[in-house]
Design a protein. Structure first.
Length: 209
């Protein structure tokens, strides 16, 4: 690749679509993965400025006795109130973007995966060379959310509705992984895309269409 930077693949999808599963499959191939959900947890650790801002916005009860964020309580609050959710995003998203860009700039390899759940709505989208959408139907999302997080149907539907629609995500996709079957089926799709991305990186073809 010479002096070329790695190809940047923005990986996105609806909540509980299986983004982490797909990202892990790429990581198993030695591909660097930058996960903005992981960054989001880091920027609200005890002592971080963002945590203090969140406590100011939501009240001191959002912090537990050990000085940690009450994540479940925060999630319940923001998915019940769009204005509060947007205020939280205004605190977190600039910090997350800055950290993600910094990690991407230092990454090595033919290509890298940057996991951004809200990529369709985020200005970080312009930093990507290609966009990979992990797709599944809303029925599957609801089932996974209820099983994974013990969410009620009403709350799970609110969480899905708070994100870009399935149609909006698919409209920005260069590549799509359908993740409503077995892990083996998903892994085969990752294998195919891995070969494709290596080819694109080798020829420096960023978005050939």
């Amino acid at each position: 690749m010479g002096g070329r930077r790695p190809l940047r693949i923005g990986l996105t999808g609806g909540i509980a679509s299986g983004k982490s599963t797909v990202a892990d499959l790429f990581a198993d191939k030695g591909i660097p993965v930058i996960d903005t959900d992981v960054i989001a947890r880091e920027v609200v650790k005890r002592g971080e400025p963002a945590l203090a801002e969140i406590a100011t916005l939501f009240g001191p009860e959002i912090i537990d006795a050990a000085g940690r964020l009450r994540r479940r309580r925060l999630r319940d609050l923001v998915f019940a109130d769009d204005a509060r959710r947007k205020a939280l995003e205004a605190i977190l998203h600039p910090r997350i973007r800055e950290a993600a860009v910094r990690q991407a700039d230092s990454a090595r390899g033919p290509y890298l995966i940057i996991v951004v759940p809200l990529l369709a709505e985020s200005p970080i989208r312009k930093l990507m060379d290609r966009i990979l959408v992990v797709d599944c139907g809303e029925k599957v999302q609801l089932e996974r959310l209820q099983a994974r997080d013990s969410e009620g149907v009403a709350q799970a539907k609110r969480m899905i509705a708070a994100q870009a629609s399935r149609e909006e995500r698919l409209a920005i996709a260069d590549d799509i992984i359908v993740n409503d079957g077995s892990v083996d089926e998903t892994a085969r799709q990752v294998d195919t895309l891995h070969g494709r991305y290596l080819e694109l990186a080798a020829t420096d073809r960023r978005n050939p269409g």
